[in-house]
Design a protein around this ligand. Sequence first.
Ligand code: NA7
Length: 554
Amino acid sequence: MSHDESPAVEATEATDIDAVIVGAGFSGLYMLHRLRELGLSVRVYEKGNGVGGTWYWNRYPGARCDSESHIYCYSFSDDILDEWEWSERYPEQPEILEYLQFAADHLELRRDIEFNTEITGAEFDEASETWTVATDDGERVSSQFFISAVGCLSEPFLPDFDGLDDFEGEWYHTARWPESVDLEGKRVGVIGTGSTGIQLIPEVAERAGHLSVLQRTPNYAVPARNRPLNDEEYEEIRENYDEIWSEARDSRLGMPFDTEHNSARQLSEEEIHEALEKRWQQGGFRFLHAFEPGHTLSNAETNEIVSEFIRDKIREKVDDPDDAESLVPTSHPYGAKRPPMDYNGYYETYNRDDVRLVDVDDAPITTFTADGIQTETDHYDLDVVIFATGFDAMTGALLELDIQGRDGLSISEKWNAGPRTYLGLGISGFPNLFTITGPQSPSVLTNMPMAIEQHVEWITDCIEHMQREGYQTIEPTEESESQWVSQTNMLADNMLFSEAESWYRGANVPGKEQVFTPFPGGLDMYRDICDRVAEDDYDGFELRRASDAPVAEQ
Ligand code: NA7
């Protein structure tokens, strides 16, 4: 095996603690809380200068969570649930950030978080069976456990456009949005029409003098139907929280929404249309529950009915027939890419005189110039360009940490043919490394806080078990990892995900290995599997006592 010989961490004396956590978003904060409750000494490193993770960085106009606010939060603390009140059906970025700040204060978490600090490397030392973690301010920490809470959509993806350095205007990536950007009266170009672009575009149209949207692939935006939450509604939510959480935990998507019809197979055309229209009026991810979501995402015939329903809605909303056809997605089935939500008249935005749709699939961008963007056919004069071009999703931020396991093997070397984990939680060859919402866990296919709580609680129970039984390390076997990767791929192959060039498959980043990355079997199935693994003495993991032969190979 040939590895990068350079050490991830320079050898100088390190401070000893029990656990290092990377990231102070939803995952890192809860992980810190739970491990502190176990009595562990824990330090969180966070590169931002505050808590919030995703919601710290994504401050672009219109940034909002597509999960409903009353379920996009921690369920574990009655105090937090009682004291916090969301103002709208879907939470806006500043409110989520405020919520996470509130939770961090409530749980007194900040004293164990080092802000403005990046991890520059982490190395497993086989002699001491501990991790040595280095930071960009020269600190070195030695810890038994190393836990990644870096999130799935944290490493922005910026396409490598020619001439960007020559562009004399301003440009911003949505995931690195500065405190304030003045778009008033300016000629703005937006590249990207994913979930982010669709939230952003109507807001930019309101502020800019003129907006050009450079679209490569049209998308299926379903109305979110956002609105303020009133007191009675909130009262009802509070009274029913036990039921809400228990249904959410036991559901495929981590959302407590019923489906009336499992499939469209037994329904007449009229009944299908009625079911879809009802869910269209309800809005958001409830639309995905017109039929059982797993069915819509795996049955091509049903999916085509659903897709065509949305296409007709788009045609109704857009006045110019050419623009309407350009906005209608035909190259992939609904849901094969992450379904975006429309909050504020996305399609109607194209009916404005000061908004122009530019098809960069027909005539791709060739270069940036000093004054704007040149495509194969035209030049667009622009003062500001906004990149809503997404993320090196699922693996990008984790690989940035430069983690080296046994024999100096790095995760990027191990994953040269795509990510390999067991349960999305552990990696063979990397003892005591836990990856919250890691590749091959349900994560982005679910309501994230539900997935995060499941992971954090599982990891906490595992560490408690290790302490109780006197184990020093835990590590998946290669065999269990291979089986898990195969199981994830097999489930994905039975669905329609391969029919889109999506970030779920790494297809958005040139040169990235194309492997379907989230676990597509649903949070309910996944939770059962994880529970069984734990009940079965951590089946598929190898547990060792300090400097000992393995004591339990399952
Ligand atoms: P996405 O969903 O990856 O969308 C990125 C968009 O940028 C998409 O429309 C891409 O077109 C477009 N793109 C990327 N590269 C280019 C180039 N080179 N030229 C033109 N257009 C390009 O990212 P989002 O931020 O919208 O969403 C990510 C997740 O964040 C979202 O699902 C939520 O969970 C939150 P393409 O479709 O590849 O043709």
